[in-house]
Design a protein around this ligand. Structure first.
Ligand SMILES: Nc1ncnc2c1ncn2[C@@H]1O[C@H](COP(=O)(O)OP(=O)(O)OP(=O)(O)O)[C@@H](O)[C@H]1O
Ligand SMILES: O=P(O)(O)OC[C@H]1O[C@H](OP(=O)(O)OP(=O)(O)O)[C@H](O)[C@@H]1O
Ligand SMILES: [Mg+2]
Length: 286
C-alpha cells in the first residue's frame, strides 16, 4: 500500500522505457519487486514507493502531484505541457520528433504543410511548431501506427518519433524537418515534497549514469611526461597521481569518457606510458 511518508516515483508499466527504468533503478541499488501486474512496489530500505503507470501519463500525473517524481520521455513532457522540473537526463531512450513525408513528395519545408492533413501522436507540439512558422494544418491525433496513415489516405504527412529510421524506410517515408531531440528523463513536481529523499535518489541515479558514461583508466608514466599525459587525460576534476618505487615514474588514475578511451590509450602509449588499463565502473559518487 502507498504511504504519505514515502516519495512516489512513477515508472513506465510497459513499453520500451519500462525495462530501461527498471534497470537504472536496480543498478542504483534500489531493491523492489513488482507483485505480478500490481500498480505499486515498495523499495526496501528507502522511503520510496514505485507506481507503475503509462509512460505518457507520467508527466501529467507528476505535474498534478499524484506522484512526486517520474521517469518518462522528454518528448512526452513537452507534449503534455506539464509544469514539472527536469532533474536528470539519463542518456538513454534517445530519439527525434520529425515531420515526415513520402520519399517522393515534392516538398522542402514544414511550412509548406499549411492547410494539409498531418497524422501524429504529438498534436500539441506539432500545432505549436507550425504556429511559430505561421502555418496551420488539419491534425489527425492518433495513439500509434502513425506511419501507416499516409497509405491509408487520412494524412499527407506525419509527425512521429524516429530512432533508427527503419520504420520510415519500411514505409517509404523520409524526414522533412526535425522538431527536436529527446531522451529519457527524471522529472519532479514543481513544489517538491520529500526533497531530501528526492535528492538522494538523484544522487544514486547520477552515480549510475556517470558510471555508464565513464571508465577508470590507470597507467604508469615517466614523471617528466606527466604534463603531456595530463593534457591527454585531464580527468573529471583532476587525475590521481601515485608514486612508484622507481622515483622517475608515477602511476595515474583518471576518469575518461568511454567513447574517448581507445584514442587516449593510443596517445598515452605514444608518449611512453606503460601498463595502461581500462576498468569498468559499476557505480560512483563524485
Ligand atoms: N524508437 C522509438 N520509438 C518510440 N519511442 C521511443 C523510441 N526510442 C525512444 N523512445 C522513447 O520512448 C517513449 C515511449 O515509451 P513507451 O514506454 O510508451 O514505449 P512504447 O514501446 O512506444 O509503448 P507503446 O507500445 O505504448 O507504443 C517515447 O515517448 C520516447 O521518449
Ligand atoms: O526509427 P525507428 O527505430 O524505426 O523507431 C521509430 C518507431 O518506433 C515507434 O513505434 P512503436 O514501436 O512504439 O509502435 P507504435 O507506433 O505502436 O507506438 C515510433 O512511433 C516509430 O514508429
Ligand atoms: Mg510507441
Amino acid at each position: 500500500m502507498i504511504s504519505d511518508s514515502h516519495l512516489r516515483l512513477g515508472i513506465p508499466s510497459k513499453g520500451r522505457l519500462s525495462d530501461l527504468a527498471t534497470d537504472l533503478l536496480t543498478q542504483a541499488g534500489l531493491r523492489f519487486r513488482r507483485q505480478n501486474r500490481g500498480l505499486f512496489a515498495r523499495v526496501s530500505g528507502m522511503n520510496v514507493d514505485l507506481v507503475y503507470l503509462r509512460t505518457d501519463d507520467i508527466p501529467t500525473l507528476c505535474a498534478e502531484g499524484a506522484i512526486d517524481m517520474g521517469i518518462t520521455g522528454s518528448d512526452l513532457v513537452e507534449e503534455a505541457g506539464a509544469n514539472v522540473q527536469e532533474r536528470m537526463k539519463f542518456g538513454v531512450g534517445r530519439c527525434r520528433l520529425a515531420f515526415c513525408t513520402p520519399d517522393d513528395a515534392p516538398i522542402t519545408s514544414a511550412e509548406q504543410l499549411d492547410g494539409k492533413r498531418i497524422a501524429t501522436s504529438f498534436p500539441n507540439v506539432t500545432r505549436e511548431y507550425l504556429a511559430q512558422r505561421g502555418a496551420t494544418a488539419h491534425l489527425v491525433a492518433l495513439a500509434g501506427s502513425v506511419e501507416a496513415m499516409i497509405q491509408l489516405g487520412v494524412a499527407d504527412a506525419i509527425v512521429d518519433l524516429v530512432e533508427t529510421g527503419s520504420t520510415l524506410a519500411a514505409n517509404r517515408l523520409r524526414i522533412l524537418e526535425e522538431i527536436g531531440h529527446y531522451e529519457t528523463v527524471l522529472i519532479q513536481n514543481s513544489k517538491p515534497r520529500h526533497a531530501e529523499i528526492a535528492d538522494r535518489l538523484v544522487q544514486r541515479l547520477e552515480g549510475v549514469v556517470i558510471a555508464r558514461d565513464y571508465s577508470l583508466v590507470e597507467y604508469n608514466i615517466p614523471r617528466a611526461k606527466l604534463p603531456e599525459a595530463e593534457k591527454i587525460t585531464p580527468g573529471f576534476n583532476s587525475p590521481t597521481i601515485n608514486s612508484l618505487e622507481n622515483a622517475e615514474w608515477c602511476s595515474v588514475q583518471v576518469m575518461i569518457r568511454r567513447a574517448d578511451v581507445v584514442d587516449a590509450m593510443d596517445q598515452l602509449k605514444a608518449i611512453g606510458a606503460s601498463a595502461v588499463f581500462e576498468m569498468t565502473l559499476n557505480n560512483c559518487r563524485l
